[in-house]
Design a protein. Structure first.
Length: 103
């Protein structure tokens, strides 16, 4: 199994996709991984987003898991998404049917 080295080029590639997510929409970790040509690296996307604050100000609150679940323990995420008009199907899940980014 080939290991991918996490370097700044890859970090900025991921963050540049996150930067493109429109206000009022969300993307999934897997969707971002596919957009950078790394279909099986959704966890890598999550790792990069967890340290994004060291690279600038990116709308990481617009990224959820494949079922629309919010990041556990990040209470501000829901508030930020609601302020952009994103709807929820329950307390912890975005309504992906209506708010998933069609990229």
């Amino acid at each position: 199994m080939k290991k991918h080295i996490l370097n700044e080029d890859l970090i900025y590639e991921i963050l540049s996709v996150v930067e493109e997510i429109p206000e009022g929409k969300v993307a999934t970790y897997g969707q971002i991984a596919r957009l950078i040509g790394r279909d099986k690296n959704s966890r890598l996307v999550g790792k990069v987003l967890s340290m994004s604050e060291f690279y600038g100000n990116y709308p990481c609150h617009r990224v959820v898991n494949h079922s629309g679940r919010l990041v556990p323990g990040w209470k501000e995420q829901r508030f930020l998404l609601e302020n952009e008009g994103v709807g929820f199907k329950d307390d912890n899940h975005v309504n992906l049917k209506n708010f998933l980014w069609d990229c």
